[in-house]
Design a protein around this ligand. Structure first.
Ligand SMILES: Nc1nc2c(ncn2[C@@H]2O[C@H](COP(=O)(O)OP(=O)(O)OP(=O)(O)O)[C@@H](O)[C@H]2O)c(=O)[nH]1
Ligand SMILES: [Mg+2]
Length: 172
């Protein structure tokens, strides 16, 4: 009897495994990729250093695309017009890349705490996302480093898209 009770208490078994997804996170230097991801993982933000030669390694982003199940594109909503245009070109390339074009995209319009930040409506229009991303699954959300709840909510939406995709692959 004791043994049965013990077994009932202790041998419920492990919780069901949480699904894991391979995601690729891209965006121009300074957009906040490392900061956001390290905050999500509760890592110490003091150790973050900018990627050396970030602009020159952009052409190698695609080496990390293989096997990805979803894409996170981070942009600085308060960046200069030139940088915003570069970000738009990079996002367009990613949306059309053969290894990414069928995957769900989460676009994070970061740095929203800055007065110069464009709204998501402005970014959606400027990035011409509606025509380009029609038929694809993508989410565009405003966020900033000091609003991690918004980031977590966005990730939840992305996970929902990934789960839907697993259930209904033919809808993509
Ligand atoms: N005000 C503000 N600063 C931010 C925000 N997100 C990131 N930063 C700052 O922007 C700087 C660059 O952030 P990183 O996380 O290093 O950017 P990154 O995209 O990893 O850059 P690379 O590694 O060079 O590609 C850091 O000083 C961050 O503290 C934000 O939402 N608001
Ligand atoms: Mg970084």
């Amino acid at each position: 009897m004791d043994y049965l009770c013990f077994k009932a208490l202790c041998c419920k078994g492990p919780p069901p495994p949480r699904p894991e997804y391979d995601l690729v996170c891209i965006g121009l230097t300074g957009s906040g990729k490392t900061s956001l991801l390290s905050q999500l993982c509760s890592e110490n933000p003091e150790n973050i250093v900018s990627t050396t030669g970030a602009d020159t390694i952009r052409k190698y982003w695609s080496r990390y695309y293989q096997g990805s199940q979803g894409v996170i594109f981070v942009l600085d909503s308060a960046s200069s017009e030139d940088d915003l245009e570069t970000a738009r070109n990079e996002l367009h390339s990613a949306l059309q890349h053969p290894q990414l074009c069928t995957l769900p995209f989460l676009i994070l319009a970061n740095h929203q705490d800055k007065p110069a930040a464009r709204s998501v409506q402005e970014i959606k229009k400027y990035f011409e996302l509606e025509p380009l991303a029609r038929g694809k699954r993508w989410i565009l959300k405003p966020c900033s480093l000091d609003d991690m709840e918004a980031v977590k909510d966005s990730f939840t939406l992305l996970i929902n898209l990934l789960e839907e995709r697993e259930l209904e692959p033919s809808r993509m």
